[in-house]
Design a protein around this ligand. Structure first.
Ligand SMILES: [Fe+2]
Length: 342
């Protein structure tokens, strides 16, 4: 288990999920299942949300349908105030802490030092705190509180699972929960065989200030910095990973996310995935060389995803700038194709 310096407010273990707003919940659920190989594991009709996971954790992807009105959870807990989530794109990044005790200690340090916590939530499977980082992106830090998230889902079919959480209400778990990894699901038929969400690319206005914030306040480590392209790759405490790619840019994309990064199961050549996607009329391109590269794909709302079997650290270090360029090119190409059809 990693140690946490008292000077650091939080020290996440890994990026575990992306939560995104989508304009059509069923269309996106089908896309992420049939095209990207994720499995639906739970849904909350009351807030128009689908959870998708391949066994790595209780959800790799949270899909929430866009709406004007507030999303109200269990017991009146406000999960999103009215006006938030009107447009497709990033809702939040979900970072896992190793233990609930680390999360609660972090909560107290944040309180003592005036770091604003937007809300604290009991999801039954995990306890969470949410904050707005330097650039205004919402980050969730959570710790699992059950070893059997599948049972929680099974016992709450159709119900709301998120309510208020008082971090001081009970003694936090000092050991890591979440249980043994469930047997990983691998789609045999999807063009892309996603394994887990691994990293995310965020647009930032000031790279140096953002790196300082992510390291000094959030307790992440720098894996690499590319000064020429203004890209920094950062990692949490889990060895061998990288979780966030910060890219300095003046242009924040409409979906507020440069890309979501997905690790895919070994064994399927990228060329096979590419051909299968194109056969379905889905625009996709390859960055890098052959199976050491990555597939860039836009979801139905234009949210960019990067799929690769390569370790993200090497991929982002070598191809970070190309991925950002390719996403922009693909978005323009897709927009042009749509306007031609119209
Ligand atoms: Fe979340």
């Amino acid at each position: 288990m990693s140690t946490t310096s008292n000077s650091i407010l939080l020290a996440p273990y890994r990026l575990a999920h992306l939560n995104i707003f989508v304009s059509d919940l069923e269309r996106s659920g089908k896309f992420y299942a049939d095209v990207c190989g994720f499995k639906e594991v739970f849904r909350e009709p009351g807030i128009s949300m689908i959870f998708m996971s391949n066994g790595n954790t209780h959800h790799d992807l949270g899909l929430m349908e866009t709406m004007e009105k507030a999303r109200i959870g269990r017991g009146g807990h406000v999960q999103a105030s009215s006006g938030r989530g009107r447009y497709p794109g990033l809702n939040h990044l979900g970072f896992e802490m190793e233990t609930e005790k680390q999360l609660v200690d972090s909560y107290h340090r944040a309180q003592e030092r005036g770091l604003k916590i937007n809300r604290t939530t009991d999801h039954l499977i995990a306890h969470s705190l949410y904050l707005s980082e330097l650039n205004g992106f919402t980050l969730e830090f959570y710790a699992d509180v059950t070893d059997d998230w599948q049972a929680v889902y099974a016992n709450n079919v159709g119900e709301l699972i998120s309510g208020d959480w008082d971090p001081d209400a009970s003694e936090p778990f000092a050991e890591r929960k979440g249980g043994p990894a469930a047997e990983l699901f691998e789609s045999g038929s999807a063009p892309i065989r996603a394994r887990n969400v691994a990293y995310a690319g965020l647009p930032v206005k000031d790279l140096a200030a953002s790196v300082a914030y992510y390291t000094e306040k959030l307790g992440m480590s720098v894996t690499s910095i590319n000064e020429a392209d203004k890209i920094a790759v950062l990692s949490g405490a889990e060895p061998g990973r990288c979780d966030v790619c910060l890219v300095e840019t003046d242009e924040v994309p409409d979906v507020r996310l440069l890309f979501g990064g997905v690790q895919v199961h070994e064994g399927q050549p990228i060329a096979t995935s590419l051909a299968a996607l194109r056969a379905q009329g889905i625009n996709a391109t390859v960055i890098g060389d052959g199976d050491r590269g990555a597939l860039v794909v836009l979801d139905p709302d234009g949210i960019p995803l990067v799929y690769s079997t390569e370790p993200a650290s090497r991929l982002l270090e070598e191809h970070g700038a190309s991925i950002v360029e390719e996403v922009a090119r693909l978005k323009k190409m897709t927009a042009a194709a749509k306007s031609n059809v119209a």
